[in-house]
Design a protein around this ligand. Structure first.
Ligand code: AHR
Length: 361
C-alpha cells in the first residue's frame, strides 16, 4: 500500500524520536544500570545501596557478610556495596552515587557521627529512605534518616566494667590498686564515644586509677603501637580495657613479647585484658585460655534486622526510629555468674571448649 508524503514524514519523525530516546537511555549509564537490574528475570528487584565504612575488624567482616547474604539476588535484592576504607569522604561519594542511580533504599554504616547533614538532605530530597546501621549519625534534623539499628555501646562498656568491679570485689582487689588504660576505637565513632564514656563513668564511680587513654582505631596494628607507647611511659598498668577484640589481640601480643602474662590474677602480676565484640575466633579462644578475662558482646548480624525494616517500609509501616540490639557478656571463668546494672540482671555466658566449637562465626 502506498503512503502519502505526510504519513511517511510522521513515521520518520517517530523513528528518529524512538532512536533519540534509546540513545538517551544508553547515555544515562547509572539510571540505565538500575532499570536493567530491576527488570532482570522479569521480576522487579529491590535495589539497596550499602555504604560500609571499611574492613577494619573481624566484626566488620561479619557485618558485611550478614548484609551481603540477606540482600542477595535470590532474596529479590540487588545490593550495590561500597567499602569506604574508613574515609567519610568516600562514604559521601558513595551515597551521592546511590542517589544518582535512584536506588530504592540507602543503608549507611557511618564511620563517625558528624558531617552527614548535607548528603542526607540530598537523599531526603531525592525521596530515598536512609537506614543507619551500627554507629549513629549526629544530625541537626532527625528526619534526615528513616531509622537506626545497632548496639548500645555505652551499656556494653558499663556491663564489662561492672563485671570487673564484681570480680575485683570477689578477689579482694582494692579500687586504688586498679591501674587501668583505655585503648580507644576510632575517635568520633559512636562505638568509641559510648565505650569511652561508659568506661570513664564507671572508673570514676569505683575510683580506679585511669592511667591513660590511647587511640587504637579498632585495629590490631594501631593497638600494638598504643600498647608499646603505654609500656614505655608507665610501669604500673595492670588492666587494659580494649574497645574491641582486634585491639585486644594486638595488646596481648605486645604484653607477651614484653615478658608479661595476660590473665585475671592481677595481684600476682598478671595483666587483665577486657574487650568487646566476641566475633573473632582467636579472641574467644583467648577468653577460654584466660588471656582475655571478659568480652562485652557486640552483635554484627544486622542484615536480617535491616531487611525487616525495609519490609516494613515497603508495606507502608513506620519502623521504630531507634532499635537497640540485646547483647550478652562473655567470660572465661564462672567467678561472676551475673551482674546487676540499672536494676536489671545480666547473666554472664561462660565460654569453654564446647561453646567455642559451636560459635557461629
Ligand atoms: O561499630 C562497631 C565496632 O566497630 C566494633 O566493635 C568494632 O570491632 C568495629 O570495628
Amino acid at each position: 500500500m502506498m503512503m502519502d508524503r505526510p504519513s511517511v514524514k510522521i513515521i520518520y519523525i517517530m523513528i528518529i524520536a524512538s532512536l533519540c530516546c534509546l540513545m538517551a537511555a544508553c547515555g544515562g549509564k547509572d539510571a540505565g544500570a538500575v532499570s536493567d537490574i530491576k527488570e532482570k528475570g522479569g521480576k522487579e528487584r529491590i535495589v539497596v545501596g550499602f555504604s560500609q565504612l571499611g574492613a577494619e575488624s573481624d566484626w566488620r567482616s561479619a557485618n558485611t557478610e550478614s548484609m551481603k547474604s540477606v540482600f542477595s539476588k535470590e532474596n529479590g535484592y540487588e545490593l550495590i556495596f561500597d567499602d569506604a576504607q574508613q574515609k567519610q569522604t568516600n562514604q559521601i561519594t558513595a551515597i551521592r552515587s546511590f542517589i544518582q542511580q535512584d536506588v530504592d533504599y540507602i543503608v549507611l554504616a557511618p564511620v563517625t557521627e558528624t558531617g552527614w547533614d548535607t548528603v542526607l538532605s540530598e537523599a531526603k530530597e531525592a525521596g530515598i529512605p536512609v537506614i543507619i546501621v551500627d554507629r549513629q549519625v549526629d544530625v541537626s534534623d532527625e528526619s534526615l534518616f528513616t531509622c537506626w539499628v545497632g548496639s548500645d555501646f555505652e551499656l556494653e562498656a558499663r556491663k564489662v566494667c561492672m563485671w570487673m568491679s564484681y570480680f575485683f570485689n570477689k578477689k579482694g582487689i582494692k579500687s586504688e590498686d586498679v591501674h587501668i588504660v583505655d585503648i580507644q576505637g576510632t575517635i568520633g565513632s559512636t562505638a568509641q564515644i559510648g565505650r569511652t564514656k561508659g568506661f570513664d563513668d564507671m572508673a570514676n564511680l569505683y575510683g580506679w586509677d585511669v592511667v591513660a587513654h590511647e587511640p587504637g582505631d579498632f585495629t590490631k596494628s594501631k593497638a600494638k603501637e598504643a600498647m608499646f607507647a603505654i609500656l614505655r611511659n608507665y610501669d604500673n598498668v595492670n588492666v587494659v580495657f580494649c574497645e574491641n577484640d582486634n585491639e585486644a589481640l594486638g595488646v596481648i601480643e605486645v604484653l607477651e613479647a614484653s615478658g608479661k602474662k595476660c590473665g585475671s590474677d592481677i595481684t600476682n602480676g598478671e595483666i587483665m585484658v577486657v574487650s568487646f565484640d566476641g566475633v573473632n575466633k582467636a579472641a574467644v579462644s583467648s577468653l577460654v585460655a584466660g588471656k582475655i578475662s571478659c568480652i562485652g558482646e557486640c552483635n554484627p548480624l544486622h542484615g536480617p534486622r535491616v531487611e525487616s525494616i525495609i519490609r516494613k517500609l515497603a508495606r507502608g509501616q513506620e519502623p521504630y526510629k531507634y532499635q537497640y540490639v540485646n547483647e550478652k557478656i562473655f567470660a572465661g571463668t564462672s567467678a561472676v555468674p551475673s551482674i546487676m546494672l540499672g536494676g536489671k540482671e545480666y547473666k554472664v555466658t561462660v565460654f569453654n571448649e564446647e561453646t567455642l566449637y559451636e560459635w557461629p562465626y
